[in-house]
Every structure is written in C-alpha cells, then in structure tokens.
Write a protein that binds this ligand. Structure first.
Ligand code: SF4
Length: 457
C-alpha cells in the first residue's frame, strides 16, 4: 500500500497534487443547493461532471443526490453552452417541476467563457419559477468554496427586503452533516432565538425511509424564508471559510450585520457560540447547555490518561480541521500534522493562534493549507503518529503505516450512519471523544502483552 511514497526524505514539490485532500467546487455547490427546499441543482458542463459530483455526495451520505446537467458535447464545448442551458432549463421545469434551478459552472464552461448572467437574463421562465447561478470553476478552490459561492448565490439572487423586520437571524451552518445542523439548531432553540438556517440539509440527507421516492424531500430551508432573509435582524456564520461569504453578501445587499464564529467543535469553540447567543439574546445560558458541557468535561477527565500526549495527524476541510485541532488540544493530545487541501488564506495563521493559546511550542506542529495526502504521508513516515483524524481519504496511510484512523469530516465514504451523528457542540464532542478514546484503547488492547491485558481500564 502506497509503496511509491519516498521513505527516506520528504520530496519537495511546487506543482502537482497527489492524493488530493479536497474535491471539486460543484460538489459543494450541489450540497448547498440541496439545502433549500424545492431546488434542482444544475451542473453547467458535461454529463461526466454531474455523474461524479452526485456520486461523491451519495457515497458520503448514502442518500440520492439529485442534480441535472447541461450535457455538453463537442458542439457546446466549441460554440458555447447557451443553447444547452436554455433547453435544459425548459426540460427541467417541464419534467421535474422545481421551484428554482440553481446553476453552477464547471471547469469546461468556465474555460470556454460561458456567461451565465447573459444566458439566464435572456430566458423566458414559467410563471413563479426562478434560475439562480454561481461561478464554480474547479481548477481553483475546493468543494468548500463551491458551497460558499452557492450559499452566497441564494442571497444574491433571492433574498429581498420588504422593510418589515422578520425578527429572525440567519444561520449559515457551513459544510457539515445534517446531524451537525440539527445539533446547531438545538443551541438557537434553547436560547429561544428565531432563526432561518440556510442552507439546511436536515430532512434532505437524513430523511427517514418512507418507501416512497420524493424528488424534493420535506427538508431544506423553505424558499419563502430564503426570500425573507433580507428582513433578518442579524446573521451568524459558523466556520468562516464556508459560511462567511453568504453572511457578507447579506450585509452588503441588505445591511444585515453578522458575526463569523468558528465551527463549534470542542469546549472552547462551542463556548464561543454559546456566549455569542447569550449576548445576542440577552438571556442567561440555559441549564441544559450547562449540563451538556459538564458531562463532556467529566468524560474528558475520565479518559484523559489515554489521550494525553498521543500524537495525531488531522486533515480535512479548514473549518472542521480548526475545530478538531482545538478539541484534540483540549484533550491533551499533540497535533503533529494539520492540513487541508482547500486554499484557505487564513488557515495557517488560525492554526498558529490556536497552538499559541494552548502553549504549544514552535516546531511541534507542522501545518499547511493546500496540502495533499501524499505530502502528509511522507511527513508521517518521518515522524510517526499514534492516530489519524479526518476523512476516509486517510485510509491508505492508516493501512500502509498501521495507524488507527478516526473518521470525521467530509468525505466519509467507507462507513455508515456518521452523517446522522454530530461532532459539533458539547454532545457532538462527546461522541468524538468516545471515538478517539475507543480507538486508542482498542490499539492498546491489541498491542499489549497477555500479562498486561486489562478487563478494567
Ligand atoms: S471536470 Fe472540473 S467540474 Fe467537472 S468533475 Fe472534474 S473537477 Fe469537477
């Protein structure tokens, strides 16, 4: 497994990505679009693009991911995809009857310079229907920037100000699982803050089995609420890389102030969300959240002896990785390698700020944005770790180096149920803590001598 990775030194590269730690922008754009009810995501490119993008989401969520395509062939590639898009929009409204078609571009349509603004402005749409769009060329950015662009696209094209305040706040949850979104809603509900979560994939990617296929599952942000976001009183963007673009767009377009917070993962970052909600609402912290926090602290103390000083490598999406980093530091672990494949300009400075706040000495943690699993593997060979924490993409390194892997983030392609179970908030951290401790203790049980095998740990 991974036998070609150099074992004696770290090969320096200035070009070429090997085993990428990200996927293409439209994957994120489709995920965001499916988080608004009654929307058909549309990939303006070749059939191969949308096949890949839908398959990737389906393999993570184990649920169908609907999306249509402009079905580029050689003709569209040479003469432009305007005619294809026009035909596609007519057919999609006729056959699938969405309320909105959310178009994103692809590598091909961007390279040939297709102008979605002029294409869509020239279309005659059925009464009450809408086409929105955003730019997602995949030779830059990642699925995270694609998600951010589509979330901002909903604000650009749909949010309106009536002048009558809705009394609601907008919550942009970031590229997280529906189980995490449910957990974040729990915090706003406990503070009794009226909110619209946008996008919201609960009830879409975690819809119950009913035996009946629904093209548009019951979940997702209601369209009327997306339109009313111009009347929101405030916004919370959770995870600046994936969420701030939408909040910033709402501020620029309708003068709605916002607060960008880290993804609430672990104690300190969840505390940040809780205190921000307490300040916004003017209410004391609800007893139920204090109780959940106390339970988490209790369990962290219980397992601290097993996690303390364990070396861990973390990779994944920038907002998620920063949260995971904060939590492993709270658990007394040593983050030896921290990386993301997304080109996030503040990633390294945010990692350094976190490390400094925990007093981690310089040189202990190697970190990098726009890295890949090949580079991480080379470094892990040189300085082995006790645990890998991140997506399934770590799996080959785990096997090659015989290192246990705790799966978290996106994509998790080789396990089930994970997208229903949160890792955010105090209760999410509790599940993550269990996974970390179980994995380390299982390894101890496997490797110890017969004399050292303990029933009571
Ligand atoms: S060609 Fe570009 S947009 Fe299409 S699937 Fe590949 S990376 Fe994504």
């Amino acid at each position: 497994m991974l036998d070609a990775t150099p074992r004696d030194s770290v090969l320096e590269r200035t070009a070429l990505v090997a085993n990428p730690a990200k996927t293409c922008q439209p994957v994120g754009a489709i995920y965001a679009a499916l988080g608004v009810h009654g929307v058909m995501p549309h990939s303006h490119g070749s059939q191969g693009c949308v096949s890949f993008q839908r398959m990737f989401l389906t393999r993570h969520f184990k649920e169908p991911a609907m999306a249509s395509t402009s079905a580029f062939t050689e003709g569209a590639s040479v003469f432009g995809g305007g005619a294809n898009l026009k035909t596609a929009v007519r057919n999609i409204f006729d056959l699938y009857d969405p309320a909105v078609i959310a178009v994103h571009t692809t590598c091909l349509s961007e390279t040939i310079g297709d102008d979605l603004n002029s294409y869509v402005s020239a279309m005659e749409l059925p009464e009450g229907k809408q086409v929105i769009y955003c730019s997602t060329p995949s030779y830059q950015g990642s699925h995270i920037t694609g998600y951010a662009s589509m979330a901002a696209g909903f604000i650009t094209h749909m949010a309106q100000k009536s002048g009558v305040p809705s009394g609601k706040v907008m919550v942009v949850p970031g590229f997280i699982n529906p189980g995490d979104m449910r957990e974040i809603k729990h915090y706003f509900e406990e503070f009794d803050i009226a909110f619209t979560m946008m996008p919201d994939t609960t009830g879409v990617f975690d819809a119950p089995m009913t035996g009946t296929f629904e093209m548009y599952p019951k979940g997702g942000t209601p369209l009327a609420e997306v339109v009313a976001l111009g009347d929101a009183s405030y916004s919370f963007a959770l995870g600046s890389c994936a969420s701030e673009a939408a909040a910033n767009m709402l501020k620029n377009k309708h003068d709605v102030a916002y607060k960008a917070l880290p993804l609430p993962l672990g104690i300190a970052l969840t505390d940040e969300l809780v205190m921000a909600l307490a300040r916004y609402s003017g209410k004391p912290v609800p007893a139920v959240l204090e109780e959940e926090r106390g339970q988490l602290v209790d369990c962290m103390l219980d397992v601290h002896q097993y996690l303390d000083q364990k070396r861990v490598a973390i990779c994944g999406d920038p907002d998620t990785v920063l949260g995971l980093l904060s939590f492993v530091l709270e658990c007394g672990m040593v983050p030896a390698f921290v990386g993301t494949g997304t080109p996030a300009k503040d990633f390294d400075s945010q990692v350094e700020a976190l490390l400094a706040s925990f007093g981690v000495a310089e040189g202990v943690c190697w970190h990098k944005a726009e890295t890949d699993y090949f580079e991480l593997h080379q470094r892990i060979i040189q300085q082995p770790v006790d645990l890998l924490l991140g997506p399934s993409l770590f799996k080959q390194i785990a096997r090659a180096e015989d290192i246990p892997l705790v799966r978290a983030g996106f994509p998790v392609l080789d396990r089930y149920v994970h997208s229903y179970l949160p890792i955010v908030g105090y209760r999410g951290a509790l599940q993550l803590l269990k996974a970390l401790a179980d994995t380390i203790m299982d390894r101890q049980d496997r490797d110890c001598s017969d004399a050292d095998l303990e029933f009571v740990m």
